[in-house]
Design a protein around this ligand. Structure first.
Ligand code: NAD
Ligand code: LMR
Ligand code: MG
Length: 617
């Protein structure tokens, strides 16, 4: 509860430092039942009697006023009793029940939702984010009760510029966009993929939330909170099961391809940046062919990034540098690490591209990295027919692999046995592909602390479980997975630490830092600063225990650090333009500590994300 008190007082002594940044109306004049049915403003039984009178709520609520703190406790108690009552039931039933109770709160009272979410992020992230969000997407059409975010479909061509004005918030800062074509490792889920932008923005909104809904003079309501918008671009689906499902809520047509597809995304981007020129669009879970094309197409034109390519790369690089430190070696030794990457999709290639840049920083541009890349057809060499241009730079020459006794298309097991890699990193989406034999082969690794990164999501798509990794590859490994696993009890009081290598450590800081910097595009330098910040966050002692990333509990702290690093990089590259009252000069003079403190304060979120929002006179 102390946190509630801290935030409440922070709100009271709010300065107006950032306030003029928010143009236009910020007050809603809804009254009566309309307020109670609007989760952005609803305080439920928390409305004090004076507000009930002023807002026409008298008689519409039971007489007793329950404080925010009491509502919080009440929700947590019902959540804990749900946990108790569902003990022993199948995981999927329990997870969906937990998701429902959280979702209902989100639908009712967003302020309370974000508060309980961020205070209990370690417990709730697996429900609103991976792995449960995957299950929710798979069942979205059946679970659907109320819409969240915006839906643009191929049928809306030519209409998007006017549609974007249907969103009721005056200002939007952060958009997460998907076309549903590669949802986690679950494939094409069409419109049902909207769960992913919602989950990503739940994390962002929780971090960037404002806690207050206040009545202003004249009886209007002001809401402080993250100005976030999840978006689904429904261009059809190639998922036959969904096409045949009569309850499916998306377009029952095959996916648009080629120029037709791009013209839809173009139109959406133009519409967004016409209405909100300072917004940031995070591309999420696009199938590989469009992930790279859209990144290339828009990254200099609009303020956008692709989280699966760029966010994942930064998180993976931070973990890879951590494994070098865990071996007691200097970071420059990164250039000598043998890294086997399984999965040559948007995520795997993003990781290798970033790792390559790091090698050339550490060992010069002529350095020859020891990377081995596999896809569903095995080891990729220059002999590969129809090699994807994005994978080509990482294809090994036949001479190189023959020296190791390997050939084009060699299996994962053969590669691990022959290469004896320092790191085995999976971004394949194939559950269990790091099987017992592969993991046992990692015991012969040339590293004193071999690293196994099973980064695919959700849990059932992880390349191996944490328990199997420690059991078969040995107790001295460093382990990370994209979805959470419990730490592994190794007996004799020893614990195998499980890291969660997930882009959630970076995307919120990239978003917030870019926003405050006012940069018009997100440069490689800004992304590199974010990754380096995460990489240097852990102490030597933690690294020695195999702890590569901070606990999810401290995601707000790491986000503040990453945000500060991104701002400083934008300033250094002369990309920063400032935000509202905070000009470039002021940003340039801010120390890292000062920036971190800004990102750590509720005041910042309240003021940066401003007073809400509904553009209702
Ligand atoms: N932990 C994270 O932060 C994070 C971030 C991004 C993506 N991911 C996960 O990574 C996975 C892949 O994402 P993506 O965007 O790269 O997908 P993608 O579809 O673009 O790529 C998948 C790749 O895996 C390869 N593959 C398939 N079967 C294989 C097999 N049997 N052996 C070896 N390779 C195989 C494919 O050929 C392809 O190259 C997903 O499960 C996603 O959830 C995790
Ligand atoms: O969504 C996640 O948990 C991470 C990543 O963006 C993914 O696509 O798997
Ligand atoms: Mg993703």
């Amino acid at each position: 509860m102390w946190r509630l008190a801290r935030f409440a007082s922070a709100n009271l002594r709010r300065t107006r430092r950032f306030s003029t940044a928010i143009p236009g109306p910020c007050i809603v004049h809804k009254r009566g039942a309309d307020i109670l049915h609007d989760p952005w403003f609803n305080k439920e039984v928390g409305f004090p009697l004076t507000e009930r009178d002023r807002l026409g709520l008298r008689g519409l609520l039971p007489p007793r006023v329950i404080s925010f703190e009491q509502q919080y406790v009440r929700f947590m108690e019902s959540f804990r009793s749900l946990e108790k009552n569902t003990l022993g039931q199948p995981d999927s039933v329990v997870s969906l029940a937990k998701w429902r109770i959280l979702n209902r709160l989100h639908d009712r009272n967003e302020t309370l939702y974000y508060r309980v979410l961020i205070d209990n992020i370690k417990d709730f992230a697996p429900i609103i984010y991976t792995p449960t969000v995957g299950l929710v997407c798979q069942n979205y059409s059946g679970l659907f009760r109320r819409p969240r975010g915006m839906y643009f479909s191929a049928k809306d061509k030519g209409e998007m510029m006017s549609m974007i004005y249907n969103w009721p918030a005056h200002q939007v800062d952060m958009i997460v966009l998907t076309d549903g074509s590669r949802i986690l490792g679950l494939g094409d889920l069409g419109v049902q993929g909207i769960g992913i932008p919602i989950g990503k923005l739940d994390i962002f909104g929780g971090l960037a939330m404002g806690e207050t809904v206040e009545v202003v003079d004249g009886g209007g309501l002001r809401k402080n909170g993250g100005k976030i918008l999840p978006v689904m671009l429904d261009v059809g689906t190639n998922n036959q099961k969904l096409l045949e499902d009569r309850l499916y809520l998306g377009l029952r047509e095959p996916r648009l391809e080629g120029e037709e597809y791009l013209s839809i995304v173009d139109e959406f981007m133009e519409a967004v940046f016409t209405r909100w020129p300072k917004a940031i669009v995070q591309f999420e879970d696009f199938q590989m062919k469009w992930a790279f094309v859209t990144l290339q197409r828009y990254r200099k034109r609009f303020c956008m990034f692709n989280d699966d390519i760029q966010g994942t790369a930064g998180v993976a690089l931070a973990g890879l540098l951590g494994t070098v430190r865990a071996q007691g070696r200097p970071l420059t030794d990164f250039a000598n690490q043998k890294i086997v990457v399984v999965g040559a999709g948007s995520a795997g290639l993003g990781v290798l591209k970033t790792a390559l840049q790091a090698v050339s920083r550490f060992a010069g541009p002529a350095a020859d990295p020891h990377f081995f890349l596999l896809d569903k057809n095995g080891l990729i060499t220059k002999e590969r027919k129809n090699i994807d241009p994005a994978a080509a730079p990482f294809a090994k020459s036949l001479g190189e692999v023959e020296e190791l006794g390997l050939k084009e298309g060699a299996s994962l097991l053969e590669v691990v046995r022959k290469v004896k890699p320092h790191v085995l990193l999976g971004l394949s989406g194939v559950g269990g592909i790091f099987n017992e034999e592969v993991l046992k082969a990692m015991q012969e690794s040339d590293s004193s602390k071999p690293a196994i990164f099973a980064m695919s999501n959700p849990t059932m798509n992880a390349e191996c479980t944490a328990a199997d990794a420690f059991k078969h590859a040995g107790e001295n490994i460093v382990f990370a997975s994209g979805s959470p696993f419990e730490n592994v009890n190794l007996g004799n009081g020893k614990v195998g630490h499980v890291n969660q290598a997930n882009n959630m450590y970076l995307f919120p800081g990239i978003g917030l830092g870019t926003l405050l910097s006012g940069a018009h595009f997100i440069s490689d330098g800004m992304l590199q600063a974010a990754a380096e910040c995460l990489a240097s966050y852990m102490t030597e002692e933690e690294i020695q225990q195999g702890i590569l990333y901070p606990s999810i509990d401290s995601i707000r702290d790491i986000t503040a650090e990453v945000g500060a690093a991104v701002v400083q990089a934008a300033v250094a590259e002369e990309l920063a333009e400032g935000h509202g009252d905070v000009g470039v000069r002021e940003l340039g003079h801010m120390t890292k500590v000062r920036l971190i403190s800004i990102f750590s304060l509720a005041d910042f979120y309240v003021e940066l994300f401003g007073g809400n929002d509904h553009d209702i006179p």
